[in-house]
Structures are given as structure tokens and as C-alpha cells.
Design a protein around this ligand. Structure first.
Ligand SMILES: [Zn+2]
Length: 577
């Protein structure tokens, strides 16, 4: 995976093409794949019978008879035996180390009551050393069967949790990643267990909220930037833990048929870790990283250096991530009109909007794409405004900017056509709709949901591609769930009949593109990945059934049968036959 190797492959590949065209003496393929439906996502031939690869590159895609001519003594034959193949799937917005740590952390994603969380933590307390932090993530009060008796602002209070873990600090991140829940010990360590006597309000945090009861005592729930009051006290991870998490994340990607990953916001340490992993030949995934906008020094450093487009196609940095508002669940999303279920509350921006424009200008001038997180219609509008202002100021640099808005969940109808008009790519995670739509209507009310939430088809029809994904670890990495959500607009339990706002469903072709070629486009990589075409990278995902044809109600039963990355089989599901 060194650059020498890829130069070798590109050179030898050119030679192969010449050899292939000029005589019968064709160089043999590394892999020859055939025997099932192969969807290419390539406009020149939608389906092929067979694919041949050489090294990390696609050598041939077309008829089986033609492909067979590339067969040599060393060629590995992969008979799909009726299974289906597509280009390798690209996770268009996730948090790679979050995924890795999730694999290490207490997973609360499937908990359905406060008591279940308490029980799960109690199990960890038994195993933990005295004073050791217990961390977990993935709880969501809207997924609970019933709410506990005592709630404040719609959230549980810490007492039950504190009771079972009096000596171990506990911090549990909300599934949205935008809130956290701490026990008394954690708050004590953070100096937050009691109100300050001198009348100074230490609970006021810009861009965040410490939820407190009627006496002013913190309840254990922290929103947005207030979470840092606790998280800054959690001990740093060790290098061993980091590499372990990294490797677990790579394995999780392979298990899920993911060969490319847009990592939405990384800092200096993570860049160093990835570099180290690449050098150690452990980069079993193509990472497209966004620099975290929280670190101004980091941005300055990279503006000076310029983007890094990896010649090995493994770890590219040419993007900046900004976090502009919160999430809908915790009512942090920034809205034009008040929340339907919390009058007078509009959510809030999490950074000054002028910084979006400043970053947009810097991005254009230094060759960086800008990707801004926006959930609420106000945040989306403000970002489009700032992007537009920057484009107007530097028109000569905007011909191929590919700026993005991450999530773009809730849009004012007037702003929908602006994405295509400005060339701003919405990176939307379809599975969020499945998880959130049933309660999102409480936050936004019917009119705003119908006219502006999860507007996939409206955006696609206006002429802008959508980058799909899961925002893992906010949602599980499973691309099948997001694919199903894209085409059905149902919850993962299959409700409601016909789907929510069915006119906004994607077709299966659109959904597959959003996970392949359009995701590649969102990273300037459509020339090297995202479709099965001669000369592109040999990344493929193989499924136990035909995701383009199987009945919608069977889609969720789809299993990843095999993952091929960089021309190598990196995962085989032994159960799937
Ligand atoms: Zn995210």
C-alpha cells in the first residue's frame, strides 16, 4: 500500500490496456468475479456478467466470455453463485474513531428504558476498578417504552444511576452525540455537584445547557457544549486503546460492506494515528477526512500546507467540518420558528455564523471543501447564505467547490432549490428518518415535517446528488438499514404502511448511487471509485440477495456476503449462503 506500489500498478495497468488491445496475449486477472447480478452504477452499462481485476484496479467489466480471456493460472475465481455485487459502499458521513470506540464502549443503543441503562451500568460497576470511569453511548429517551416518574425538561434525573455507581464516575452519551448523562460522582469530579454559594452561575455555558431542577440542581443531563464540563475530566485514551479502536472500526466496515468512509471531523491526534496506521499497513479502508473546525490552529496549519490527496487512495484530507447547530432530539437544532413542543425555544447556533463565511473563503482560497453540520431550517439557511456570500466574493474559485451541508434534515421550502443552484451537496443520513420521524413531528409539527423534513426526492429532482450514510456511531453503521430507509421511508419496524411522506422516497437506483457514485462525487473521487468501470479501484460489496429487486419487506434481511477492498477479499460471511 505504499505509493511506489500504486505507481507500479498504474504503470502496469497502462501496459495491460495496451497489451489487451493489441493481441491475444492478455495479462491475467488477479480476480475474476461472475455468476450473479452485478450492478455497476456506470451509465454506459448498468449491469455486467463479470468483472476482472488486476491488483487494486478493475481490469475489465462486461460479458463473461470476454472476461474469461483474462483468466490465467494465478487468477482467483469468485463465483457469486447467484449473489449480488455492487461497487464498494461508501459511508458518506460517520465518525470513524467513534465507531471504533463504540465497539469498545458500553453500547446502550438498544436500551428501551432508563432501568435498562441503570442495569447495564451496574454490570460494568462490578468489573470496574475503584474510581475508574464508566463510559457508554447510544441511549435515547424517545426510544423508551415508558419514562421514569421524575423527569426535568423531558429527561431522566441521575439519582438512580448515582445510587448503583456511588464510587465510579459514569458518563453516557446520548444517541445523537449532542447530549450526555452523568452520575453524581462524575459531577463531583467536575465540581458541579452543588450550586456555588457566591452566586456566580457556573452552569452557564455558551452554546450549551446544564439541565437543572426547580431548585437549580443539575439533573445529570448536559446539552451540546455543556457536555464538555464533564467530558474534559474523562481520562485521555491510551495509544494502545486507540489502535485497538481503529482496528475494530476497520473490521466493522468490512463486516458491513463499507470500503470508503467520510470521517466527519478529526483533529491532530487522530490524523497522527491514521498516518501511523497507514504506515503499519493497517489502513483497510479509504478514509476521506474532514478537519475539525473547532481547532483554529489546525485549520491554519492545513490552509498553509494545502490539501493532501493521497496517491495511494487511502487517507485523503481536503475538507473542513463545521458544527453549526445541535440536534432535533435535544432541541438544539436551530429553527426559524419556535419548537412546536417547547414554545419560545428556537434552538441555537453552536458557532458564530461569520465563522462559516470566513471558513468558506479560506476553503476556496486554499483548496478545501467545507462541510457544515446543519439540522434546523435556520441553520441550513444561514449556511447557504454564508456559502453564497463567499462564492459571490470569489467567483473565479467556485467552479468546482463541492461544499456540503451535513444532515440538511429540515429545510425551509424556499431553500430547497438553493442547493442545486449553488452546487451545495446535501449529505443526508436516510436512517435518521427511520429513527426520528415518529417523534420529530412533535418538535416541528405536521406542516414543517411535510414541507421540509428529509426532502430527498425534492433535492434530487432539483438536480443535486445526495451523499447517504449513517452518522455512525449515532446510528449503527449498517448500510442496508439506510438503504431500506431511503427507498421505504419507514421505521426499521416497517411502519407506517406506505412510508412517511412517500413522495420523498428515493428509487433503488438513487439510493445505491447515494452510497456509491454520488458519495464519491461528494469527495471529488468519482473518477476513481463509486462505480464498476475499467481503471477504477477494485472495491466491491457482495450481498446474499438482490437488493435492487427483492421485496421491500425483505430488504432488511439482506446480509453482506463478502467485501472486496483494494482487490483483496477482506471479509467473508460464512453464514450467508
Ligand atoms: Zn456527524
Amino acid at each position: 500500500m505504499q505509493s511506489k506500489k500504486s505507481i507500479f500498478y498504474s504503470l502496469s495497468f497502462c501496459f495491460l490496456i495496451l497489451a489487451a488491445c493489441s493481441g491475444p496475449n492478455k495479462t491475467s486477472a488477479t480476480l475474476l468475479i461472475y455468476g450473479g447480478p452485478i450492478y455497476t452504477v456506470d451509465s454506459t452499462q448498468a449491469m455486467v456478467e463479470a468483472v476482472a481485476t488486476h491488483g487494486d484496479t478493475i481490469l475489465f467489466a462486461g460479458s463473461f466470455a470476454e472476461a474469461e480471456k483474462f483468466k490465467g493460472a494465478q487468477t482467483q475465481l469468485i463465483d457469486l453463485a447467484g449473489k449480488t455485487m455492487t461497487p464498494g459502499l461508501i459511508e458518506g458521513h460517520g465518525h470513524f474513531m467513534g465507531l471504533g470506540y463504540n465497539e469498545l464502549n458500553l453500547d446502550l443503543m438498544n436500551t428501551t428504558s432508563y432501568q435498562e441503562i441503570v442495569d447495564a451500568v451496574a454490570e460494568e460497576v462490578k468489573k470496574a476498578a475503584p474510581g475508574e470511569w464508566i463510559t457508554g453511548r447510544g441511549w435515547h429517551q424517545s426510544k423508551w417504552d415508558s419514562m421514569p416518574v421524575n423527569t426535568v425538561n423531558g429527561f431522566q434525573t441521575h439519582y438512580k444511576l448515582s445510587e448503583i455507581s456511588p464510587d465510579n464516575p459514569v458518563y453516557l452519551s446520548h444517541a445523537s452525540g449532542h447530549a450526555g448523562f452523568a452520575n453524581a460522582k462524575a459531577m463531583e469530579i467536575a465540581g458541579l455537584e452543588i450550586l456555588s454559594k457566591d452566586g456566580v452561575d457556573k452552569f452557564e455555558v455558551e452554546g450549551g445547557e446544564v439541565i437543572r431542577d426547580e431548585l437549580g440542581t443539575p439533573t445529570g443531563v448536559f446539552n451540546e457544549l455543556a457536555t464538555t464540563l464533564i467530558t474534559k475530566h474523562i481520562p485521555e485514551s491510551t495509544p494502545e486503546k486507540n489502535s485497538k479502536a481503529f482496528e475494530l472500526a476497520v473490521a466493522a466496515c468490512h463486516r458491513n460492506g463499507i470500503t470508503g468512509f467520510h470521517d466527519a471531523g478529526i483533529g491532530k491526534e487522530t490524523i497522527a494515528l491514521y498516518d501511523e496506521m497507514k504506515t503499519a499497513d493497517k489502513m483497510g479502508i479509504r478514509l476521506y477526512a474532514m478537519l475539525t473546525g473547532w481547532d483554529k490552529d489546525l485549520l491554519k496549519e492545513w490552509y498553509e500546507k494545502g490539501p493532501r490527496i493521497d496517491p495511494d487512495n487511502l487517507f485523503t484530507i481536503r475538507s473542513v467540518k463545521l458544527n453549526c447547530d445541535g440536534a432535533l432530539g435535544s432541541r438544539g437544532a436551530w429553527l426559524l420558528e419556535e419548537y412546536t413542543d417547547r414554545p419560545g425555544h428556537f434552538g441555537h447556533e453552536t458557532l458564530p455564523m461569520e465563522f462559516v463565511k470566513e471558513t468558506a473563503l479560506n476553503g476556496l482560497q486554499n483548496g478545501f471543501q467545507v462541510c457544515s453540520h446543519a439540522i434546523g431550517d435556520r441553520a441550513n439557511r444561514e449556511i447557504l447564505d454564508r456559502y453564497e456570500a463567499a462564492f459571490t466574493e470569489l467567483p473565479e474559485l467556485t467552479t468546482d467547490h463541492r461544499f456540503r451541508i451535513e444532515h440538511a434534515q429540515h429545510l425551509h421550502p424556499d431553500d430547497i432549490p438553493r442547493f442545486a443552484a449553488l452546487g451545495v451537496i446535501p449529505a443526508m443520513q436516510a436512517v435518521h428518518m427511520s429513527s426520528d420521524r415518529s417523534w420529530a413531528i412533535d418538535r416541528l409539527g405536521e406542516k414543517r415535517i411535510v414541507e421540509g423534513a428529509y426532502m430527498w426526492q425534492a433535492l434530487l429532482k432539483s438536480g443535486i446528488p445526495i451523499v447517504n450514510g449513517t452518522d455512525v456511531p449515532v446510528e449503527p453503521l449498517n448500510p442496508i438499514a439506510s438503504f431500506y430507509a431511503s427507498v421505504s421511508r419507514k421505521t426499521l419496524k416497517g411502519t407506517p404502511e406506505g412510508g412517511y411522506e412517500p413522495e420523498q422516497k428515493m428509487t433503488r437506483e438513487q439510493a445505491l448511487r447515494s452510497y456509491t457514485l454520488d458519495a464519491a462525487y461528494g469527495a471529488f473521487e468519482e473518477d476513481i471509485k463509486g462505480s464498476i468501470r475499467v481503471g477504477k479501484l477494485a472495491d466491491f460489496t457482495i450481498y446474499n440477495q438482490d437488493i435492487m429487486k427483492v421485496d421491500e419487506n425483505q430488504l432488511l434481511d439482506t446480509e453482506i456476503a463478502m467485501t472486496i477492498f483494494d482487490g483483496n477479499v477482506v471479509y467473508t460471511n460464512t453464514d450467508s449462503n
